[in-house]
Write a protein that binds this ligand. Sequence first.
Ligand SMILES: [Mn+2]
Length: 357
Amino acid sequence: MKMTLRWYGSAYDTVTLEQIKQIPGVTGVITTLYDVPAGEKWSAKAIKSMKDEVEAAGLEVSGIESVNIHDSIKIGTPDRDKYIQNYIETLEELGKQDINLVCYNFMPVFDWLRTKLDKKRPDGSTVLAYDASVVENLTPQMLFDEIKNSSNGFIMPGWEPDRLDHIKGLFEAYKGVDEEKLFNNLVYFLKAIQPVCEKYGMKMAIHPDDPSWPLFGLPRIIRNQEMITKLLKAVDAPFNGLTFCTGSLGTNLDNDLPKMIRAFGSRIHFAHIRNLHHFSPGVFEEAAHLSSDGSFDMYEIVKALYTVGFEGPIRPDHGRTMWGEKCMPGYGLYDRALGATYINGLWEAIDKNTKGN
Ligand SMILES: [Mn+2]
């Protein structure tokens, strides 16, 4: 595996490449062109300049998170082919510059959802949290406002203001898109991009839905072992893989994370490792990465990745906001650096135990 950190680019991120470079064992970043709207083609020039900046800091671009999918592709409107063509050309440009991992999601309207971005924990740190009873009593508009008002002035990925402007229209547009239709639109997209992916050895790593259940009547199709298996089989080629996000799949405690890792094996192209502390079904907060701070056995999760021979990037997912840091919720330096170090420690111990030295 390769240890990485998500980085939004120097215009958006409070964490610098120089800081990331100093985290032991971190060799790359997972980044994006944060200012390119979903559906637009990425230019060779912008990709090169992003890559040059990362490499000048002694790091590599280990993958892209995300090249977002335009809603027309998810909804399956007649203009989708135009957006798919832009996506293919973006993959072509990335492939030419030896960037061959792309994380994306296929969630309607909401990329992810938390009901609080700054929940205080007993140790004084703050974390993102979710309470299903809150969601039941809020409209999507109220949730957008909550996210906007508690994100320290940062634009949260998936919650860009232009989406907020269109939320009513988006809900209208998704009317009639049920699980089956959404799934078929995803398969249509994957089949269309398959040739360019195979030309460049591009790995497409779909991100699971977060949380892993339907919201506001919108379908969600990447949320458990059965649904993910169905997708991997529908386009049964190595390029069609998964971002194994413990914090998303783990929102539902019925998902047995180590078992799922063993089942998906080589189709896992990318891993997000995060711990959650569950209070009751549908009520949880994000925790420190350490097993004892949350509900997951991180040793078993990392061991399962080790056992399937995982060689892709891992990034420590959302961290707590702590030590007075001012940052985008979940994306500060300190707790993610602790997470990277902890996961590296688990990996080293598992490796040495396995090899018997
Ligand atoms: Mn994730």
